[in-house]
Design a protein around this ligand. Structure first.
Ligand code: T4K
Length: 368
């Protein structure tokens, strides 16, 4: 292959179709601050995702920071070490201590059976991640939250469009935060949203993402600037026209990987979660001892062949310098997360990945 094959490539609609949107922005001079495309995209996403309320954000990290503020979360929050750093950073930006709990090796999501033992009088919430877009044990987590009076905020950065038991996965928990970053299933270059249950909660979130302004002269909280602009919103509207096609192309690629890699000694795959219509956001494989190379040697070998697979998620968040001193970060607390982190490799998956490129990647894995 001449061109590098990245772990993902942003999906983009034809440029000509975006030009009328740009013309409208130029003509109206309405660039940001709750403009017309912003309102249209919120409505279109509510309908597409099947959620009651949704507030757009400039990215999911600011969305997570704001979600925690919106629910006035403090003290300690139980979360996963097997995620992108933004999950834990959002807690620290709110002066909250992350308490890491191990993952279920079958899903790579927070193991709900480990949560109760980590609850202390300072615990106020649980921040699980629907890792790779695969649903967490939402019923088990909610049961614990109800028993102990905790809030649940899902980091649903990977979970755009995922349906679980016939409805949006984003309906679970008190809030869900989804990412529209360039590398995600649905992108607005940078972007994100908080999904929330009612208009009162949305109003508080909308104030918080606009510096706390409730009206021209009233500031109700020390809010932040988390607003999505008109360029991003317009792009989102256009992307929505293509999202079903983009997801179905991803699914086709996932199926081909699954068929080609099933039963290969030393390569383990995650089983699809029951009752789930997924989004094929990522394709993780786990390199076992029977494979001829260890994970890092394979990662290097693929890079040398021009295939830029990624170790999502390595290192564990709990091993990063700003977190490793926490009591919950101790390695013996997180054996499954550690093992997954040392074995995982996410293979390229995106709508424009050609069959020829995918077969090349598979050949690299099979012919070591
Ligand atoms: N929570 C979770 C669980 C998350 O995974 C993330 C983000 C967040 C929260 C925060 O969401 P945002 O605040 O970002 O909305 C990437 C993304 O930057 C990050 O959004 C994402 N998770 C994470 C899993 O992946 P990097 O540092 O690995 O990205 P980068 O720049 O190395 O890109 C990966 C590959 O994608 C490149 O090798 C080439 C390709 N690429 C990337 C970009 C940005 C392109 O082809 N075009 C592009 O524009 O973090």
């Amino acid at each position: 292959m001449n061109e590098p094959i990245y772990v993902t490539r942003p999906f983009l609609p034809p440029l000509e179709e975006f030009l009328p949107y740009l013309r409208q922005i130029w003509d109206s001079r309405r660039l940001t601050n709750n403009g017309p495309f912003h309102g249209q995209l919120e409505g279109a996403l509510r309908a597409y995702l099947g959620v009651p309320q949704l507030a757009l954000f400039t990215n999911a990290t600011i969305g997570l920071v704001t979600a925690l503020q919106a629910l006035r979360i403090s003290g300690e929050v139980i979360t996963t070490p097997y995620s992108f750093v933004a999950t834990a950073h959002a807690l620290v930006w709110n002066n909250i201590e992350p308490v890491f709990v191990d993952i279920d090796p079958g899903t790579c999501n927070l193991d709900s059976a480990c949560i109760e033992a980590a609850i202390t009088p300072r615990t106020t919430a649980i921040l699980p991640v629907h890792c790779y877009g695969n649903p967490c044990d939402v019923a088990g987590i909610q049961r614990i939250a109800d028993t102990y009076g905790l809030k649940v905020i899902y980091d649903a950065a990977h979970a755009f469009g995922v349906r679980y038991k016939g409805e949006s996965l984003l309906l679970h928990g008190d809030l869900s935060v989804v990412s529209f970053h360039a590398t995600k299933v649905f992108n607005t270059f940078e972007g994100g949203a908080i999904v929330c249950p009612d208009s009162k909660t949305k109003q508080r979130i909308d104030y918080l993402k606009n510096f706390g302004f409730a009206d021209e002269i009233t500031v109700m909280a020390p809010g932040i600037n988390g607003k999505m602009n008109e360029f991003q919103s317009a792009l989102g509207l256009l992307q929505l026209d293509y999202i079903n096609k983009a997801i179905s192309l991803r699914k086709k690629i996932e199926m081909h990987y699954r068929k080609s890699l099933a039963g290969i000694d030393g390569i383990a795959l995650l089983e699809p979660t029951a009752d789930t219509d997924g989004n094929s956001a990522y394709f993780p494989i786990f390199i076992g001892n029977n494979y001829p190379l260890n994970r890092d040697r394979l990662y290097e070998r693929l890079r040398a062949a021009g295939v830029y697979a990624r170790r999502y998620f390595y290192p564990l968040i709990s091993d990063m310098p700003m977190y490793r001193g926490l009591a919950s970060a101790t390695p013996k607390n997180l054996p499954h997360a550690r093992e997954a982190s040392e074995r995982v490799l996410c293979l390229p998956i995106y709508p424009d990945l050609s069959e020829e490129e995918q077969n090349f990647i598979i050949d690299q894995l099979l012919n070591i």
